[in-house]
Design a binder for this molecule. Sequence first.
Ligand SMILES: [Zn+2]
Length: 86
Amino acid sequence: MTMTSKHRLPCPHCSQNLRIRKSQGLTPVYRELVVECRNEDCGFRGKARIEVCNTLTPSDSPNPTVDLPFTPRLLQQAIKQAQQAS
Ligand SMILES: [Zn+2]
């Protein structure tokens, strides 16, 4: 997993950027990262978790083991559209 320069993860102590040292996918939607502060004067290392929690746009090649709910707002829109269609 790569982070674009736009999406940075700040160190919780000194707010410099964290570098991802290791990334381990435990499930298709969940991974754990070992992060390290780029600030040598800080030296913080820690563990981070990334979880994909909701669907915004459904996949055209869905993984049958993955069930990610729509965000509540999108779900309401879908229900409203379904009601209007019937
Ligand atoms: Zn730091």
